[in-house]
Write a protein that binds this ligand. Structure first.
Ligand code: CTP
Length: 394
């Protein structure tokens, strides 16, 4: 639900503007934001104005020439990267504070620091509280950038900054809600060399975690191996697991005070009866039989609980999509099932798109078109949010 074409004024400062700042500009545009750049002299020494103008498509203004017109037309002032000195100067300036207040323009600042400065974790909280709502600091945590001969700096990653921006622009209807999400495949080890798994990349689950976090939810993301980097949203707590049994145990342990559980993982239904600690040798054998046992069904187990959260399952089917989805909805006692036909082009495993039909316990059906997994996740979370609040009233 990111507001496409929302206008961001990107303030870039210092040597870090050259690489992380430019990457952030491109990533924000890719996410659909319109970005105008204002740069300090120090930033322009590393990346000239013509370069910022060319990539943003809007004139780049030196910071000292920034006028009311630019402040008025922006919805967010994103200072990333900004030196600690300049940040202190802006926050200490009555003129700047007035300009932000009168234009109702929040300031989100990602300071670039020396690793030593980062260890002292700068405190500006009080000063941000006096600025328009949404203002705040994005701190780097353990993240470091190698700027070659310029040395190493502490600065939040481009993805972290993007997530903070998306959090700001997304309606926070899930703020204060705790969400449990399972994602990815599980791995069932046979011996130290072999395992049983499946084709899930976890992309749909990661997209759902991002979409829910942007709407304000605190997300516990219990995940098996996934193909993409984990989301950089500070509202997401990743919990890595390997086997179906571990996913079951971690999910159940996380369940207290969960408002909504979305179980998107492709959990192995069967696991080897026994793990063989030494590599299994052929020793001339022509056959090998493995005894597999059922794994715990996480969704069905949650469905049986008396005080269970709002429960959303997934169904990846190759036949009789509607029939199988409705059967799973009933047998696993959940509130919603998101079903997709894995044989349909663009809807299977390891692709970047999905076409999902959402079945609710009350008999509603929402058929989403073929969408990127990110867009599909946004739509699913919108439906989940609406149905969850209706369920609370019952
Ligand atoms: N699921 C689960 N634990 C399992 C198996 C499945 O929590 N051990 C969840 C999945 O995360 C998904 C839903 O149940 O939300 C349906 O999973 P799916 O694999 O499509 O269905 P199965 O129950 O495994 O049934 P089948 O394989 O017979 O289609």
């Amino acid at each position: 639900m990111t507001q496409a074409q929302a206008r961001i004024l990107l303030l870039v400062d210092g040597a870090a503007a050259s690489l992380p700042g430019m990457q952030l500009l491109l990533r924000l545009q890719e996410a659909g934001f319109s970005v105008q750049v204002t740069a300090t002299e120090a930033a322009l020494a590393f990346q000239p104005a013509v370069s910022w103008s060319a990539f943003s498509g809007l004139p780049c203004l030196p910071l000292d020439q920034l006028g009311d017109e630019q402040l008025k037309s922006a919805e967010l002032l994103l200072a990333a990267p900004i030196s600690l000195n300049l940040l202190e100067e802006l926050l200490g300036s009555q003129q700047w504070r007035n300009a932000l207040q009168s234009n109702n323009l929040p300031l989100l600042a990602a300071p670039a620091m020396s690793p030593e400065e980062a260890e002292q974790s700068p405190q500006f909280t009080g000063q941000f509280a006096a600025l328009p709502p949404g203002s705040g600091l994005v701190l780097p945590g353990e993240q470091r950038w190698d700027l070659g001969a310029l040395g190493s700096i502490a600065l939040p990653s481009v993805e972290t900054c993007l997530e903070e921006v998306c959090n700001f622009f997304t309606v926070p209807d899930l703020l204060g809600k705790k969400l449990l999400l399972t994602a990815g495949a599980t791995i069932e080890d046979i011996d130290p060399v072999r395992f049983i798994s499946n084709r899930s990349t976890g992309r749909m689950g990661l997209a759902l975690a991002r979409a829910a976090a942007r709407r304000g939810a605190s997300v516990s993301l219990v995940h098996g191996p996934v193909a993409d980097p984990l989301p950089a949203n500070s509202r997401i707590k990743p919990i890595a697991v390997r086997s179906a049994q571990q996913m079951y145990e971690c999910s159940m342990a996380e369940l207290s005070q969960v408002d909504i559980a979305i179980l998107c993982a492709a959990v192995a239904d069967f696991s080897p009866d026994q793990y063989v600690p030494q590599k299994i040798k052929k020793r001339g054998a022509q056959e090998l039989s493995l005894l597999l046992r059922r794994t715990p069904d996480i969704l069905a187990s949650m469905g049986k609980l008396e005080n269970r959260p709002f429960l959303v399952g997934f169904a990846a089917e190759s036949d009789d999509l509607e029939l199988n989805a409705r059967l799973k909805l009933q047998s696993k006692q959940c509130d919603m099932i998101c079903a997709n036909d894995i044989r349909e082009p663009g809807s299977g495993f390891a692709v970047s798109t999905n076409r999902v039909s959402i079945y609710s316990k009350e008999g509603h059906l929402t058929q989403l078109p073929l969408l990127s997994k990110d867009k599909c996740a946004e739509q699913i979370i919108e439906q989940v949010s609406a149905h969850y609040y209706a369920w609370l009233k019952t």
